[in-house]
Design a protein around this ligand. Sequence first.
Ligand code: DGY
Length: 315
Amino acid sequence: MERAKIVVATPVPAVVVERLRERAEVTDVSALPRSEWDAALADAAGVLVSSTFPIDAAFLAAAPKLRIVATWSVGYDNVDLAALAARGIVLTNTSGSLTETVADLTYALVIFAVRNLAVGLNWVRSGRWMQGNMPLGHDLEGATLGIVGFGTIGLALAKRAQISGMRVIYSNRNPRGDDATTGASYHSFEALLAEADCVVLLVPLSDETRGMFGDAQFAQMKPTATLVNVARGAVVDTDALVRALQQKTIVGAALDVTDPEPLPPDHPLALCDNVVIVPHVGSGTYETRARMAMLAAENLIAFLDGKEPPTRVSA
Ligand code: DGY
C-alpha cells in the first residue's frame, strides 16, 4: 500500500520527524525557501506548519491532494479558514499544550510592566543611573489586573496574579459563569479599561479583534496603567500604541507580540523608552515547543489512521 505523504514545513525536533516516519513518507522542506516546496506539496496529504506562514489560496493551490493542515501553534490567524473549508481540509492546532508556559511569560511581563522595569533597563543602559534614580513602579498587591480574553491561559495567569495579591477582572464576549470559583469578576470591555492598572490582551486575532485597541482605548485607560500584549500584534493599532507610549497616555507596555513581526530595531515602537519587547516567545521553551510539535504530529497520525485528531479546530 502506498504510504501517505506528509510535508514538514517548519523546523521541528528530529524525534517528531521520526515519529511521523513510522506512519508516513515525510519530506522535510523546512530548511528550503518557499519557492522550492511545490514538488513536495504536489503529493502531500498533510502538512505540519507554524503560525508564521500564510496558509492561503496560493498555498492550497500548490497542494491539490491536501487533506489536513496541522499547525504547530494554538493561534491559526495565518490560515484562510474559508479556503480550507471549501476543500474540506481539516485543521488542527496545539491547544492545551502551552498553557502554563505562556502564563509564566505573561506573568513576567505583567511584573515588568507594573514595576516600570522597561524604563529601569533603559535607565542603566543609557547611563541615567549615574545621575539619579528611575521613576518608581507600583505594587502588584492591591493592583487590578484586567484580562481581555479570559480562557485557559487567562485562568492560569489569574492564579499567579492572585498569589501576588492582585485583584483580577476580565472581559469576554459573555460572563463565564464561574466568577465565584475563579475569583475574577466579569466587566464590560469599557469598564475594564477604566478600572485596570494593567491590561493584558489574550484574545485570538480575528476580524472582530483586529485593531480593537487604538487611540480611543488608550484614552480610556488610567494614565498610571500599563498594557501587556501576548495575543497577536495586530490586535493593537501599532501607531496608536507608539503615540500612547510617547505621549505617556499610559505608563508603559510589555509585549511578546508586535505588528509587524519581526520588529526592526529602528521601528518607532522599538525605540520607545517605556516598552519591553520579547520576540514572540510565549511558548518558547525547549520542553513546550517539543510537546507542541509532537502534538501536531499526533494530530496528523490520528487523521491518517482514520481517527479523530486530538486537537482538531472545529469549524
Ligand atoms: C501560538 O501557539 O499561537 C503562539 O503564539 C505561537 O505562534
